[in-house]
Design a protein around this ligand. Structure first.
Ligand code: G1P
Length: 298
């Protein structure tokens, strides 16, 4: 049974400076909700309501976001704004949140290792805050079901253009049995951020994992890898030598909100699809494009 989720949120957010000088990058909004709240919602939707966030210095605002705010709630109640009140309260009711600090920024593998005492001896999910998966696409539920069917660990893979492989962990795979909507592969090898000419495939690791607790023992013995950091990819590669590791090949909607261009695209898509804001925003967007986009004078 998978019941716990780990969300690493200790990164510095350098790509979004200066916006992230004082605001954690995980709290940058996608329209009016922080990216991180989408991630917590995704975990809670599949029953992972015990959530451990790995944070660091300057991240106290994350804890505040998932807490109650009596002053704001009282003000909204007084105004009779029930809808906004419900949205403010939602983040504190989603899950049972726990927080632990990473201490030193020694890489994603190290961040996951910090979760060991909380997770104990059961399989658990890891959700990376930069990857937002559309709620209509059941990636995490499928990964949990595949983990139950195959045992071991399950990672999420996605086909990317060959020029992008150097931004990801890249997998060597063989076909395996699928029990759900996505193709499933047996992972034979993994390499973290290879130069394009050395990449074994264009199947990139994206930010969802369902991991066997054996990963902690492997991480304790994983030396620093690419960038001098302890890489989760390297540990999963070692794990695959002794336990099954499968990859679910996702072909749905995913936004890399750690990339400024993708972050903007995510906001535009979410805004267009929102019932309250969508119709007006979509009409404006079409006018803006028709008027020449950046060349428009209105
Ligand atoms: C991390 C992982 C990488 C994975 C990526 C997915 O890299 O190390 O293997 O492909 O997340 O988003 P990061 O994006 O933190 O540099």
């Amino acid at each position: 049974m998978v019941s716990k989720a780990v969300i690493p949120a200790a990164g510095l957010g350098t790509r979004f400076l200066p916006a992230t000088k004082a605001v954690p990058k995980e709290l940058l909004p996608l329209v009016d909700k922080p990216a991180l709240e989408y991630i917590v919602e995704e975990a809670a939707r599949v029953g992972l309501t015990d959530i451990l966030m790995i944070t660091g210095r300057s991240k106290t605002a994350i804890e505040d976001h998932f807490d109650r705010v009596p002053e704001i709630e009282a003000a909204l109640e007084k105004k009779g704004d029930a809808e906004r009140l419900a949205r403010v309260q939602a983040s504190s009711e989603l899950a049972q949140m726990h927080f632990v600090r990473q201490g030193e920024a020694k890489g994603l593998g190290h961040a996951v290792l910090v979760a060991a005492p909380h997770v104990g001896n059961e399989p658990f999910a890891v959700l990376l805050g930069d990857d937002v998966v559309d709620e209509r696409d059941p990636l995490l539920a499928t990964m949990i079901a595949e983990q139950q069917a195959h045992g071991g660990s399950v990672i999420a893979l996605m086909e990317v253009e060959p020029e992008w492989v150097s931004s990801y962990g890249v997998a060597t795979v063989e076909d395996a049995e699928s029990h759900g909507p996505y193709a499933v592969k047996r992972v034979r090898d993994l390499v973290e951020k290879p130069p394009p000419e050395e990449a074994p495939s264009n199947l990139a690791v994206i930010g969802r994992y369902v991991l066997s607790p054996t990963i902690f023992e492997v991480l304790r013995n994983t030396p620093p890898g690419r960038g001098g950091e302890i890489q989760l990819t390297d540990a999963i590669k070692t794990l695959a030598e002794s336990e099954p590791v499968h990859g679910v090949v996702f072909d749905g909607r995913r936004y890399d909100t750690g990339d400024r261009g993708d972050y903007l695209k995510a906001i535009v898509k979410i805004a267009c699809e929102r019932e309250d804001l969508g119709p007006d925003f979509w009409a404006w967007l079409q006018e803006y494009v028709a008027a020449g986009g950046p060349a428009s004078t209105r």
